[in-house]
Ligand binder design. Structure first.
Ligand code: ADP
Length: 267
């Protein structure tokens, strides 16, 4: 199932051919929700082993247009996972300090420690997305960033970090509904940002930047997956299945102790 979403390294991403409302991987919404609950519990068990092992880590990168459900994915997929071994980093407009460094500096600082899962809510990819669309850096600098990102991610993987990258793919129509909800529901007003409307006007430019990113940075060591995200339940179930499978394949082990537990007695 995981491979339906893969962008094959070196191949075109063909975003226009990928249906954001696709739910064909699931028998029903109910079945997907049941699977998500099982996956979330299993992710917690595997995370405990990863933490105990203390040798490797998992980095989950979430990218997507405004309202694509990055926060919702974190809540939906990792809601069972003990907070000890998970860190979530939101990448906002860079601070003065961050701007004074290379664009990968803050991503490297936030990379997950051995034994933990790190989630990037937005990521270093903003530097070839929003920065490209809004021309916040010279084009010749941005062009070099794809290779720089690939090299950075290669270095991480060679140092024990497994990388999963998910583009949450929503349709323009679904985004309209979600933005309107933020205006209609007082509990969601805080999520509304008038700047999101400006970015919506640049929808096509953003899609083009996403295509380029997917094409240039889906690698064997850190492939991109495009997740249909118009249906929140399908999005969460797809991602939880992939995260679980990845952790199962990593197969972290509780360390063997060098002492005999029977030689101690707790009085
Ligand atoms: P979110 O929309 O993810 O809930 P915010 O409302 O804080 O969170 O928005 C973060 C904003 O920061 C987004 O508009 C995003 O495009 C912007 N951003 C992130 N990284 C960069 C960057 N490197 N340069 C400029 N803007 C960035």
């Amino acid at each position: 199932m995981a491979d339906d979403y893969l962008v094959k390294p070196g191949k075109k991403a063909k975003l226009a051919d990928r249906d954001p409302a696709d739910t064909s991987a699931f028998k029903s919404e109910e079945a997907a929700k049941a699977q998500l609950a099982e996956d979330a519990a299993e992710i917690d068990r595997l995370q405990d082993r990863l933490y105990a092992e203390g040798k490797r880590s998992l980095l989950v990168v979430l990218q997507g247009m405004d309202t694509s459900g990055k926060d919702g994915t974190v809540r939906g997929v990792f809601n069972q996972t003990g907070p000890l071994g998970v860190s979530v980093t939101a990448f906002r407009r860079p601070s003065e300090e961050e701007m004074a460094h290379d664009f990968l500096w803050r991503a490297h600082m936030a990379a997950p420690k051995r034994g933990t899962i790190g989630i990037f809510n937005r990521s270093h990819y903003e530097d070839v997305l929003v920065v490209k669309v809004h021309k916040l850096a010279p084009a010749k600098d941005i062009d070099k960033r794809y290779d720089q990102i690939n090299a950075f991610e290669k270095m991480l993987t060679e140092n024990g970090v497994t990388i999963l990258k998910f583009m949450l793919n929503i349709s323009k129509k679904e985004q309209r509904e979600r933005l309107q909800e933020r205006l209609d529901d007082p509990k969601k007003h805080w999520k509304f940002n008038p700047g999101d409307l400006d970015d919506r006007k640049l929808w096509d430019e953003f899609q083009a930047a996403y295509e380029l990113m997917l094409e240039n940075c889906s690698t064997d060591h850190a492939p991109w997956r495009v997740i249909p995200a118009d249906h929140k339940w399908a999005r969460n179930a797809a991602i939880s299945a992939i995260v679980r499978k990845t952790l199962e394949d990593m197969n972290p082990q509780y360390p063997k102790v060098t002492w005999d537990p029977k030689s101690f007695r707790v009085e």
